[in-house]
Write a new protein. Structure first.
Length: 370
């Protein structure tokens, strides 16, 4: 019996080690294998690679878990704060502390329930200790809380100097507030690790302005990445019906929403105008909307021809959008059909590209050269 059990175990391990079935994707620069590395995720939203090559993943429903390099999912990690998981709200963005290797600290954004049935975007830090989050501390709270389930933003990115960018949306019903420096709707903020305003922020000395604001006039930012050469913050945001856009978010600049946009009201109707002096034009925009989510610069060498390209997920069309850059300009766009809503995109340490699909049965996909 012992011999039979051992042989069965060996056979099972051998079977588990077989290569995953892959779908072939023919792209302009390379032919790729697309493998489903893991499935059964509840609307996954963000992922970060850990030093051992495994992934930490958030699920919008309010769960966080590990996924191993071979696709095994852990049980849900314990210790998360209360999350308002309705509509577009839930557990959202995720980033590792720049000193994660020594302090095991992570930062995550979420829609935080507030008094009177309201909610708002918040960011917490925590020490990752196996299956438990410890020393959980909310370091940032959006100043305004309302009863809405829309436009939370929630992407996070650390600067090379160790300061944290947080993106926030206009919450859907408060678009005009994106132009007001007295609040956080439709803003990017830059804070220290403890949530205090980073030094040198552009409105720190402006009366009635929030000292943590970096840029304003945004609608709903769901992509943020630091350029690997320049250190600049690149973002993308959802337009209304049309007018999704990419920007290089620069200190003190006004990106125009809702005064200028290339989109229109849902069902038709003019919103503002396309240009206005003093307001920033997008670096690149889409009409019709692609509903962008997730963003990563590809700095690997495994996929030839993708070096330093910008990779963005499309929720609406189920695509991976690859953008070639010439300096600070988009010189070419390729759309690669994936066939599912793409919520996040990350270039992995192994040179492959990883995608999260926004579904009840959400998947982790891996793209690598054949």
């Amino acid at each position: 019996m012992h011999k039979l059990t051992l042989l069965s175990l060996i056979a099972g391990l051998s079977l588990a080690a077989q290569p995953l079935v892959a779908e072939t994707l023919k792209t302009e620069k390379a032919t790729l294998d697309m493998q489903t590395l893991s499935s059964g995720l509840n609307h996954p939203w963000a992922m970060q690679f850990l030093p051992d090559g495994s992934l930490l993943v958030t699920e919008r429903a309010g769960f966080m878990r590990y996924i191993s390099k071979t696709g095994e999912k852990s049980e849900a990690i314990q210790g998360l704060p209360a999350v308002h998981a309705k509509g577009q709200g839930g557990l959202l963005g995720l980033v590792l502390d720049p000193d994660f290797a020594t302090n095991k600290t992570i930062y995550f954004s979420f829609s935080e329930p507030r008094d009177g049935g309201t909610n708002a975007t918040a960011v917490a830090s925590a020490v990752l200790d196996g299956q438990t989050l410890k020393q959980v501390k909310v370091i940032f709270r959006q100043a305004e809380a309302i009863d809405s389930n829309y436009h939370y933003g929630g992407r996070l990115a650390f600067t090379p100097a160790g300061e944290l960018f947080i993106t926030m949306g206009d919450r859907g019903s408060r678009r005009d507030d994106a132009q007001k420096l007295s609040g956080h709707f439709g803003k990017i903020v830059k804070v220290n690790k403890d949530g205090s305003a980073a030094p040198g922020n552009p409105f720190a000395t402006v009366a009635d302005a929030k000292a943590d604001i970096w840029s304003y006039g945004h609608r709903n930012l769901q992509g943020a990445a630091i350029h690997p050469q320049t250190g600049a913050l690149w973002t993308h945001e959802h337009g209304p019906q049309g007018g999704d856009e990419i920007n290089i978010a620069t200190a003190g600049k006004n990106y125009g929403w809702p005064v200028i946009t290339y989109g229109e009201e849902y069902g038709g109707g003019v919103i503002g105008q396309k240009t206005k002096a003093g307001l920033e034009q997008p670096l690149h925009y889409w009409v019709p909307s692609i509903a962008p989510s997730g963003m990563s610069f590809y700095t690997g060498t495994q996929i030839n021809g993708w070096q330093n390209n910008l990779l963005i997920g499309s929720l609406k069309f189920g695509q991976l959008v690859r953008l070639e850059l010439t300096g600070d300009k988009v010189s070419h766009e390729e759309r690669i059909r994936i066939g599912a809503r793409i919520r996040d995109v990350q270039a992995g340490p192994d040179g492959a590209v990883y995608l999260l699909t926004d579904e009840d049965d959400g998947k982790l996909l891996r793209l690598s050269p054949q």
